[in-house]
Design a protein around this ligand. Structure first.
Ligand SMILES: NC(=O)C1=CN([C@@H]2O[C@H](COP(=O)(O)OP(=O)(O)OC[C@H]3O[C@@H](n4cnc5c(N)ncnc54)[C@H](O)[C@@H]3O)[C@@H](O)[C@H]2O)C=CC1
Ligand SMILES: O=C(O)C(=O)COP(=O)(O)O
Length: 629
């Protein structure tokens, strides 16, 4: 159960008529969590990220990606790119193309430190905002732990992310991005190079002639034309290998449980089952990622099902093959030859039987290593990392939803509204009972498929969890954090008759099975319910419980319930004026004339204890609550 800490945190700040207790304020909360203060500066510059722009929409989206470090940061000047008052620190732990390094240097302090031991990496990481790796650096859970929340983004300068602990990254709210496209051709070309080199014994013959021999009979090869090649993993690299192999006159089949058949058809390739692929192939080329499912997928059992004398090329990951089983299959002649660019352990042990096997051709993980690919990868990853440091959602995010830029910009004001509603709703919960279920109702003129609510859900989660816990919530870890805290967030979409030009008409946040500090926020069904809309680009609170109000969600908010009567606005307004508190907005909602009414008062400053006590002592006021936005 997600136990609300609200009782201890908020009783000081809230003055229901029943208690009328003395108040300090929510200052303690914001001191503990300066990020809260920063992110409430709606429309101000992105004070705690790396963005130099002053725009509310960027604040919104940026806060989706903010991590722990933002919380502990102090205010930054507009020239600063980092919450530390300096440029972000970017650690590059493996060789990266110069063009990418240049891009990174424009925004951050770049340190290139290669061949770090795991301990050295852990020591360095606590002062890094971004880490860029290739395949050799193991970004383990220990690395995220050692980062103490500072690491915001890991950039994998390449495709395979099996060297990054994605679960740990997600738990720590660290975005992982990769460079999925720039090395595709290089890897495919290397696959074809290995295929041809293996078929014609190029490497072995080269070594032999250099050793002073001339062995023309020993190195008679096999032809590729007319042979069947099974491409295992028909993604970007696999399909490029298939295309090239067809150019060599090979009959190409492919296995990929997730590849669309029309993509295969377009290349003239038939998609078949795993069993059929390995049984029919003369050559098998591996192009699937290393995952829990593909680990050692080529093993004793699968080698036994292959055509005798099959030839295997692996430019994917060493781990997809059981290497001991491959040695046995090579010794038995089941597998005639193998050409390997990748190994379960890299570099492989010096005495590796596999590497030393005379029927095996090896390269030291060179698939992506062309000048062109490395420059491309460097730029691709540098752009992704810089974007992430700016708080932008990445198109190459591996552990966060990829949201198209146009969707992000359209949803920006609603993202801010969502966070504020979450924050308001949680402050209305009285302590003692945990929040378990939150329901979000989106009213929109758009069809279900036309509204991506992942960002909004993440921000509502952030708004609910952050004020009452030490967790840092962002788009990366929002769902994980909610689940971990036993908080179930359900969503309902209601199609309404409003303008489809706008993505949303309103967002309603309901919290059930809790008590409220402000009884008027509870609807007849017993749920705390608040609703908001975006008006002129700004988030507005439009409903509290069953009362309609209209107050811009800026600064702080006072909600009062009173018997509807003349003079109430003036009395509360005067108290606030006496204490130099500027009222930014005021709105009254009532059930009917002379009955119950609630006043929603937006205030720029936080009223002091005396001001709040004075409001509480106005006899007509039955309950009131002060809320920090
Ligand atoms: N040796 C090197 O330097 C390089 C190696 N690679 C490796 O190649 C892999 C593929 O790269 P891309 O084609 O760019 O990735 P991709 O994501 O475009 O393609 C991977 C394909 O594998 C498929 N797949 C997943 N599980 C499978 C399974 N159990 N059986 C068959 N297919 C399965 C996926 O559906 C996907 O279509 C990477 O994961 C990486 O490990 C990539 C680039 C360079
Ligand atoms: O992109 C990939 O998946 C690769 O395997 C390339 O690895 P590298 O960046 O050359 O260490």
């Amino acid at each position: 159960m997600f136990q609300s800490m609200a009782s201890s945190t908020y009783t000081k700040a809230v003055f229901p008529s029943s208690t009328r207790s003395a108040s300090t304020s929510l200052a303690s909360l914001t001191t503990k969590n300066p990020f809260l203060r920063v992110s409430s500066l709606s429309g101000s510059r992105c004070a705690s990220c790396y963005c130099q722009r002053a725009c509310a929409s960027v604040v919104n989206v940026t806060s989706v990606l903010k991590t722990a470090d933002s919380k502990s940061s102090s205010a930054t000047s507009s020239k600063d790119l980092s919450p530390h008052g300096s440029k972000p620190t970017i650690l590059v732990s493996e060789k990266l193309g110069e063009a990418g390094l240049q891009l990174l240097r424009e925004v951050g302090e770049v340190e290139c430190a290669y061949d770090l031991s795991p301990e050295q990496l852990c020591n360095k990481i606590s002062s890094c905002d971004a880490l860029i790796v290739r395949s050799a650096t193991k970004v383990t859970r220990q690395v995220f732990e050692a980062s103490k929340g500072r690491l915001k983004v890991v950039g994998r300068a390449g495709v395979g992310i099996d060297n990054v602990d994605l679960q740990a990254a997600t738990e720590y709210g660290c975005l992982v991005v990769n460079a999925p496209t720039a090395n595709t051709i290089a890897a495919a070309e290397h696959g074809i190079a290995l295929l041809a080199a293996m078929a014609r014994n190029v490497a072995q013959a080269d070594a032999s002639i250099k050793a002073g021999k001339w062995q023309r009979n020993k190195y008679v090869g096999v032809s590729m034309v007319g042979k069947t090649l099974a491409v295992m993993g028909f993604g970007k690299v696999g399909s490029e290998v298939a295309r090239r192999a067809k150019g060599l006159g090979m009959n190409v089949i492919a296995h990929d449980p997730y590849a669309p058949a029309d993509r295969a058809r377009a290349v003239g390739v038939e998609l078949v089952s795993f069993e059929n692929a390995i049984a029919a192939a003369d050559f098998i080329s591996l192009h699937m990622p290393l995952t829990a499912t593909t680990k050692k997928i080529f093993n004793d059992a699968t080698f036994a099902k292959m055509k005798k004398g099959v030839r295997i090329i692996n430019v994917a990951r060493g781990g997809v093959i059981d290497e001991d089983a491959l040695v046995k299959a090579l010794d038995a002649g089941t597998v005639a030859q193998a050409a390997l660019d990748v190994f379960a352990e890299e570099p492989p042990p010096k005495d590796s039987k596999l590497v030393k096997h005379e029927n095996v051709t090896v390269t030291p993980h060179l698939g992506a290593s062309t000048k062109e690919a490395q420059e491309g990868v460097a730029i691709e990853i540098a752009e992704a990392v810089v974007g992430a440091l700016r708080g932008e959602l990445s198109a190459t995010a591996v552990n966060a939803p990829m949201v198209a830029p146009e969707v992000v910009s359209e949803l920006a004001p609603y993202v801010l509204l969502a966070e504020k509603l979450g924050r308001l709703a949680v402050q209305l919960v009285s302590g003692g009972k945990g929040i378990k279920a939150v329901k979000v109702v989106y009213r929109s003129a758009r069809g279900h498929d036309d509204l991506d609510t992942r960002l909004l859900r993440a921000m509502i989660t952030k708004g609910i969890i952050e004020p009452i816990s030490n967790s840092i919530v962002n788009i990366v870890n929002a769902d994980f954090t909610a689940k971990e805290k036993g908080l179930r967030i359900s969503e309902e979409r209601i199609v309404v008759d409003s303008s489809p030009e706008l993505p949303l008409d309103s967002i309603q946040v309901q919290i059930s099975n809790v008590e409220s500090k402000f009884a008027s926020a509870v609807k007849v069904n017993g749920e705390i319910s608040i609703e908001g809309k975006v008006k002129d680009g700004m988030p507005h609170l439009t409903c509290v419980g069953s009362f309609g109000v209209d107050v811009s969600l800026e600064g702080n908010l006072i909600l009062c319930r009173q018997i509807d009567q003349p003079g109430m606005i003036g009395r509360v307004g005067n108290i606030l004026a006496d204490h130099n508190v500027n009222v930014s907005f005021m709105s009254v909602g009532r059930t009917s004339r002379g009955k119950m009414a609630i006043m929603a008062i937006g205030v720029d400053e936080e009223p002091n204890k005396v001001a709040l006590e004075n409001i509480g002592s106005v006899s007509a006021i039955e309950e009131f609550v002060f809320l920090k936005l």
